[in-house]
Write a protein of this length. Structure first.
Length: 376
């Protein structure tokens, strides 16, 4: 008795007498399916083909070779490790893996060596190399788990060092004033900015937060998007007065989120980031970005005298080293003021927050601190 095929699957016999299976819907491309019909490997590839994520067979002649990199990738796309990654991560990594498939797809996965990985990343920028290595390491970790390879070919691959640029520049207080002057309370542009500035969240979170997340004036038990697949911390952040006024003064049309598109849909992170770029440009702030707001929030906390652990409770950081960047910068500014005060023969209270220390310095010396004195 013949096995009944899943819908849209065709069976062919090649010149060697081996059965080949392909998914094809209407006039769409043919996608090769590995293994036998209804097997786990077969159905994983079938589900990908149904959603348009499968790899089309070129000119109807392509067959996935057992034990190849391509066969492993098909299984990987249907695995729990692939699906557990955030959609934004999968969207970033899939094109990288498809490029890797083009170069090494027909080769045996067990034959992959460090020099192959080194070769494919060699001409890329430091940033691109970093993305490629994160992607391939995850894939190879899965392959080791599935006993497809014995050692990880990504080990000891040499990478270019990224230039130390400091990343996205933080907003200044003057930038915030200029932006608020441009966008009044009641506009989406203003609400978007206030959400990120006063909660310290990324644009990927600002798009998701809504009234259901606010309980008794606190953003309650919210897990930032970036850490959801890696056990990130939940945060509980009291709503700042500036944000509370903005929410109250804005007509909210979304049931689940504060921010929605003109069609009433939740923003994607990419689209909201693009809108923020447009709003900043229109406000005459071309150097400002969404992530720079989060940096200003953390800078404010550090300059108010918060400890790294207090900042981490708001930011959701798991890495203490990342947060100490802000506290160390704030401490340098305070130390510069205290040093100049000693030179002027003035005693200041080092326990004061930075803004109060600046006021005390100005009052004691009868001057406003210069840029050098303030450590700016």
């Amino acid at each position: 008795m013949k096995t009944k095929m899943p819908k849209y699957v065709d069976r062919f016999t090649d010149r060697l007498g081996k059965a080949r299976y392909y998914y094809r819907r209407k006039c769409g491309p043919r996608v090769a399916l590995p293994g036998l019909p209804w097997s786990p490997e077969f159905m994983a590839a079938y589900k990908l083909a149904e959603t348009g994520q499968g790899a089309a067979a070129p000119r109807g002649t392509h067959a996935i070779l057992p034990g190849s990199v391509e066969a492993a990738l098909v299984r990987y796309y249907g695995s729990d490790m692939w699906q557990e990654q955030a959609k934004s991560t999968r969207d970033l990594r899939r094109p990288i893996l498809e490029q890797f498939r083009v170069k090494y797809g027909t080769g045996k996965i067990r034959a992959l060596q460090r020099n192959h990985v080194q070769q494919i990343i060699a001409a890329r920028s430091a940033s691109a190399q970093s993305n490629w290595m994160k992607c391939l390491r995850h894939f190879m970790t899965w392959a080791i788990r599935e006993n497809l390879i014995a050692t990880n070919p990504c080990n000891d691959v040499a990478q270019k060092k990224k230039a130390v640029t400091g990343g996205f520049p933080p907003w200044t207080e003057a930038d915030v004033i200029a932006y608020r002057d441009k966008y009044a309370i009641g506009t989406q542009a203003r609400l978007t900015m206030e959400l990120m500035l006063n909660l310290g969240v990324r644009v990927s979170d600002a798009r998701q937060i809504g009234q259901p997340h606010i309980q008794n004036g606190v953003l309650t038990d919210y897990q930032p998007q970036k850490g959801r697949t890696t056990g990130g911390h939940f945060i509980n952040v009291p709503v700042h007065a500036d944000l509370a006024r903005t929410i109250k003064g804005t007509k909210v049309t979304g049931a689940a989120t504060f921010l929605v598109t003109g069609e009433g849909n939740i923003y994607t992170a990419k689209y909201l980031g693009q809108k923020m770029r447009e709003w900043c440009d229109d406000a005459g702030l071309p150097e400002c970005s969404s992530h720079g707001l989060r940096k200003l929030c953390l800078t404010r906390l550090a300059e108010a005298g918060c400890s790294p652990f207090e900042i981490m409770a708001i930011s959701g950081h798991k890495n203490l080293k990342e947060v100490t960047i802000y506290t160390e910068a704030a401490n340098r500014k305070k130390l510069a003021l205290l040093a100049m005060a000693k030179l002027a023969g003035v005693a200041l209270n080092a326990a004061l927050p930075l803004d109060k220390l600046r006021e005390a310095y100005a009052d004691a010396t009868g001057t406003q601190p210069t840029m050098a004195e303030a450590g700016a």
